[in-house]
Design a protein around this ligand. Structure first.
Ligand code: GDP
Ligand code: MG
Length: 304
């Protein structure tokens, strides 16, 4: 770069930051708070996040491009799990900084496994202890931080609460110097690389996951068949794909009550996120074996 530097009065920084950690520690919740907008769906169930999602936070002199990843899973085997693990590892290779998220005062075998994956790539790692709001005996936090600090040469160890927004300002300030100097890669007003159509499908999946709790295994997906803005109303037709006829029955519920309630929650979520009135039509369809078939995964957009 032999450009004269006369225009660069402020040195900007810009970089990719991966959010990694086992399922359910709060990565997606954290991302939504860091970019002040809901772009990644969250729930109590593991495997809620299936795709790599970018969330962009632009400050006057710094652009942080967060990459939310699905949790790393111990159980191997099914194609969907394999794709999720591969996504995580290849994501770490591409970023400038890793935010490794753990929760409360726990350190599990799954955390250990994530750390080992991270260590295969030489990148600075910032350790985030999330959900500190749930630690009743705060005196235990410091010794826990000291124990964790012996496991790896972390750039920082920061206790936060993603849900309550506790200490996220501190985190933001710590991130900046860890990013490489350089121009912004995205326009300052862009918050994600995902289309609103993708967000709509994800919101439906979020409501299904939340409302059905443990009744339904992970094997559901959502396909958007129609997505059309007509004046100030957005018309969305969506298919919820399940694996077995029994799952379809559960999803629809008695006299269609379950599906209706999922639909109205999803519609409200879309109206809030997309800023438009929404007419949503939902169908449930059985397409067996999709989560274990690479080709089906590809056609549904789970692989690049
Ligand atoms: P992910 O699988 O790591 O992406 O986790 P999610 O972001 O989906 O969050 C999993 C669950 O933890 C959700 O029910 C969140 O509401 C909850 N959660 C996330 N952050 C916090 C936090 O700081 N405090 C508390 N109490 N709960 C949290
Ligand atoms: Mg997630």
């Amino acid at each position: 770069m032999s450009d004269s530097d006369t225009q660069h009065e402020v040195e900007t920084r810009c970089g990719y930051v991966a959010l990694v950690g086992r399922p359910n520690v709060g990565k997606s919740t954290l991302l939504n708070h860091l970019i002040h907008q809901k772009i990644s769906i969250t729930s109590r169930k593991p495997q809620t996040t299936r795709h790599r999602i970018l969330g962009i936070n632009t400050l006057p002199d710094c652009q942080c491009i967060f990459v939310d990843t699905p949790g790393l899973h111990l159980q191997k085997g099914k194609a969907l799990n394999r794709v999720m693990n591969d996504t995580v590892i290849s994501t770490i290779k591409d970023v400038d900084l890793v935010l490794f998220v753990v929760e409360r005062l726990t350190w599990t075998e799954a955390d250990e496994k994530v750390l080992r994956a991270i260590q295969t790539v030489k990148k600075p790692v910032l350790l985030l202890i999330n959900k500190v709001d749930q630690i009743s005996d705060k005196a235990k936090l410091l010794p826990h931080i000291q124990m964790l600090s012996t496991l790896h040469d972390f750039a920082e160890v920061v206790p936060v609460s993603a849900l309550g927004g506790h200490n996220l300002d501190t985190l933001e300030a710590l991130l900046k110097p860890l990013l490489p100097p350089g121009p912004f890669m995205f326009p300052a007003d862009q918050v994600t690389d995902r289309s609103s159509r993708f967000m709509a499908a994800e919101l439906i999946r979020e409501k299904v996951t939340r409302q059905l709790g443990d009744e339904l295994p992970y094997e559901i997906t959502v396909e958007i068949e129609k997505y059309e803005q007509d004046g100030n109303v957005l018309h969305v037709h969506a298919l919820i794909l399940v694996e077995k006829p029994g799952q379809k029955k559960i999803l629809i519920g008695k006299e269609g009550e379950r599906l209706k309630s999922i639909g109205s929650a999803a519609r409200e979520g879309m109206e809030l996120a997309l800023g438009s009135r929404v007419m949503l039509n939902l169908w449930v369809k059985v397409r067996s074996g999709w989560s274990d078939d690479n080709r089906a995964l590809q056609s549904l957009g789970y692989m690049d």
